[in-house]
Each structure stands twice: as structure tokens, then as C-alpha cells.
Design a protein around this ligand. Structure first.
Ligand code: ATP
Length: 197
């Protein structure tokens, strides 16, 4: 049995916070593979400046290290990207393997509102990463009820404050994104004129 990490997100655009997360996971959680899966349409986000699936895929390929496998599964499928559907498809493809779904602590708090969240927990192990200095946001007392009966991996990632929303705002204003975006991603954004208006 292999352990396959699944890291989904809008990645609009992928930033250093995302790269730090996967590097940290590589060091703290034993995984055989890690799939990075950009969503086509995120179910719980209304984004007015969402770059195309093709552009977000291309940026993910530039942003994530080579040992990550960037998957076009959700972009290819189109429509709303429900995690339960993606995990079901992965489970059919890799029936013997354990799927480990990576989420940030912000996502953990709203997990019980995700579409068919109970079914998600039957398909995978969830690994939650903290987003505060002392890891208090992933402590047992902060863990929503739904996880009480399921194994939950916890990984304390020292915080790095950056979000795609912040990066898009900087780009819109023509400001530098040094230290927040990989230069190759910024170059791609400039070349394609993304997030300008
Ligand atoms: P947006 O600002 O557009 O909402 P985002 O920066 O939160 O985007 P997503 O693509 O929605 O990025 O994030 C995908 C995953 O990465 C989520 O599980 C989220 O918790 C995690 N994540 C995002 N930013 C960071 C960060 N700075 N450090 C650690 N994890 C992060």
C-alpha cells in the first residue's frame, strides 16, 4: 500500500505559502507521492478574477517542485470541483492505496460544510496543517466534532502570511511580489497579463 497525498486548491496563483506547505509535508508526513490538483471551479469561493484552468495548471507546474505531480484531473473534468468526486475517482484508480488529503486549519474549521464531508472521510485520511506559530489552531480542542471518529494527522507548519488574494491585489497595482511568488510564476503572470483587471 502506498500513501498518496492530495493537495487541492484554487492556486490563483500558487504562491510561496503553497510551496512551503508541500516542502513541510514532505519532511513531516511520510508520503510516496503527492498530487497537486488545481480546482476548475471552487465550490465555496466566488472569485471574480479567476485565471483560466490552463493558466493555473501552467503556474502550478512552475511553482511546485518536481517531486510533486500536478494533475489536470479537475480542470479536465470541468464544472464544480467537489473533493468527494475527485477522491472517489482516485480511489478507483488506486484501490490499494491510502489517500491523504492535505488541508489548512482554516479549511478544517469549515470542513463539516463541505459537500458529502462524511463520505470524504471514508475515502481518505485528512492531514491538517496549522497556520499559527504555536500550532494552537490544530489542537485537539479546536478540532471540529466531525473528526472525532476519524484519524486526523496534524502537522505544525510555521506560518507564512501570504494568500493568493493578497498577491492578486499587488499585481493589480503593479507592485512587487518578491518573496511571495516564485519569479517564474510572476514572469508567467506578466507575460500573460493575468490579474491586471
Ligand atoms: P485565496 O486568497 O484566493 O482564497 P489561498 O491563498 O487561500 O487563496 P488556495 O489555493 O485557496 O490559496 O489554498 C489551497 C490550500 O493552501 C488551502 O488548504 C489553504 O489552507 C492552503 N494555504 C493557502 N495559503 C497558505 C499559507 N500561506 N500557508 C499555508 N497554507 C496555505
Amino acid at each position: 500500500m502506498k500513501r498518496i497525498g492530495v493537495f487541492g486548491g484554487t492556486f490563483n496563483p500558487p504562491h510561496i505559502g503553497h510551496s512551503r506547505l508541500v516542502e513541510h509535508i514532505r519532511q513531516t508526513v511520510s508520503l510516496d507521492r503527492l498530487l497537486v490538483i488545481p480546482t476548475f471551479l471552487p465550490p465555496h469561493k466566488a472569485s471574480t478574477d479567476l485565471a483560466s484552468g490552463e493558466d493555473r495548471l501552467a503556474m502550478c507546474r512552475l511553482a511546485f517542485p518536481d517531486w510533486c505531480e500536478v494533475s489536470d484531473y479537475e480542470i479536465r473534468r470541468g464544472g464544480k470541483s467537489y473533493t468527494v468526486d475527485t477522491l472517489t475517482a482516485l480511489k478507483e484508480e488506486y484501490p490499494q492505496d491510502e489517500l491523504v488529503l492535505l488541508i489548512g486549519s482554516d479549511m478544517m474549521q469549515t470542513f463539516d460544510q463541505w459537500y458529502r464531508c462524511e463520505d470524504i472521510l471514508k475515502l481518505c485520511t485528512v492531514c491538517v496543517t496549522s497556520r499559527c506559530e504555536d500550532g494552537a489552531d490544530i489542537a485537539a480542542e479546536k478540532t471540529p466534532e466531525i473528526f472525532q471518529t476519524h484519524p486526523l494527522l496534524r502537522s505544525a507548519l510555521p506560518p507564512f502570511e501570504v494568500s493568493s488574494t493578497q498577491v492578486r491585489a499587488l499585481i493589480r497595482q503593479g507592485l512587487p511580489t518578491d518573496g511571495l511568488l516564485l519569479p517564474a510564476v510572476r514572469a508567467y503572470i506578466e507575460e500573460r497579463g493575468l490579474y491586471r483587471d
